[in-house]
Design a protein around this ligand. Structure first.
Ligand SMILES: Cc1cc2nc3c(=O)[nH]c(=O)nc-3n(C[C@H](O)[C@H](O)[C@H](O)COP(=O)(O)O)c2cc1C
Length: 322
């Protein structure tokens, strides 16, 4: 057996920034790269365009080939073999992409009605041939990000042999079913069972919002590492807190100051990337929905109401400069 090519090298318990559509574009990745340095970054999912002359858009190629501060970047693809995911991956690799992750957990829209995203659980027999084809193309790590099933959380074990047989290097498990979407809590008891039964490194994902959550999930599951999603946006220093390099999450003015400094960085990164105030403000809105502290509600509401980028910037600067 060959040694797996893991994007985090020899780092013990790596912390990965989750792929999040509408959030982890290259601007956001730059902010994370310049501040808390996740061990690995992921792109938002790259859509395969079935039947199109170019299987991936130029905008997605740009996303897929821009990392931050040399942090390993994993490009996530979504689509089935029938839809041309193999050709799209080949095109991505031709442009220099090294690490590829296949989304097998997306709970939204058509992804669950076709055999892509979370829909893949409907046809486990299609998974291995597709992953084998991808394995032959991808020069770096090939990984899968999945949920525990469609509506039965033990469905994971039906597809696990396909992951193990096809040369996948690691598996990321968001311990909810597809049907659950974001309801309830991630079942890390099941993550522990998956870690136990899986011969591949498992990255645990779901509901890690504090350093204590991180320690508990690592201790309880024996996972190789953690992937942080919403918690990393809500608390921009979460990566550093988990590493013990920043104290616990503050409250009051200190919390407001941390959030404002983060939002200001994101705004600076978004302005050159997105066109015009409307688009920039809409993208900022997708970040602001993750700041849910009761004590910041009024302030966040006022930021959401900004009609111009300059007004938003002034609102943030007022807090940062005290
Ligand atoms: C706004 C948003 C967009 C997401 N987009 C993606 C995506 O493109 N690909 C993916 O695999 N998961 C996506 N997810 C799921 C996250 O990667 C992660 O699995 C999930 O949020 C659970 O982790 P958390 O509790 O740390 O947020 C998304 C989640 C959110 C909240």
């Amino acid at each position: 057996m060959t040694t797996p090519d893991l994007p985090w090298g020899t780092t013990r318990h790596p912390l990965l920034l989750a792929p999040m559509q509408g959030l982890t574009n290259r601007g956001m990745r730059q902010v994370f790269g310049e501040t808390v340095r996740p061990d690995v970054l992921f792109t938002e999912f790259v859509r395969v365009r079935p039947g199109a002359e170019q299987s991936v858009t130029e905008a997605d190629f740009a996303e897929a080939t821009t990392t931050a501060r040399d942090i390993p970047l994993v490009v996530q693809v979504i689509g089935s073999a029938d839809e041309g995911v193999v050709q799209a991956t080949r095109n991505l690799v031709e442009r220099g992409v090294r690490h590829v992750n296949v989304n097998m957990g997306c709970p939204w829209g058509r992804m669950t009605s076709v055999l892509a995203g979370g829909g893949m659980f409907r046809a486990p027999e299609t998974v291995e041939p597709m992953l084998r084809e991808l394995r032959a193309i991808v020069p770096g790590s090939l990984s899968v990000k999945t949920r525990t099933g469609i509506d039965d959380e033990r469905e994971f074990f039906d597809v696990l042999p396909a992951f193990e047989a096809s040369g996948v290097d690691f598996v990321v498990v968001h311990a909810r079913t597809v049907k659950q979407k974001y309801r309830g809590v991630a079942n890390h008891k099941l993550t522990a069972e998956i870690v136990n039964r899986c011969s591949l490194p498992v990255i645990a994902n779901g509901d890690v919002a504090t350093a204590a959550d991180a320690q508990r999930v690592l201790d309880d599951t024996g996972a190789a590492g953690l992937m942080l999603g919403r918690g990393a946006i809500t608390d921009p220093l979460l990566f550093e807190r988990i590493r013990g390099c920043a104290p616990g999450r503050p409250t009051g003015e200190d919390r407001k100051g941390e959030v404002a400094a983060f939002l200001l960085r994101v705004l600076d990164a978004y302005e050159p990337l997105f066109q015009g105030d409307t688009q920039v403000l809409s993208k900022m809105g997708s970040v602001l929905v993750h700041i849910t502290d009761a004590e910041l509600r009024k302030w966040v509401k006022s930021l959401k109401k900004a009609k111009q980028v300059d007004a938003l910037r002034r609102g943030l600067l007022a807090v940062v400069q005290g």
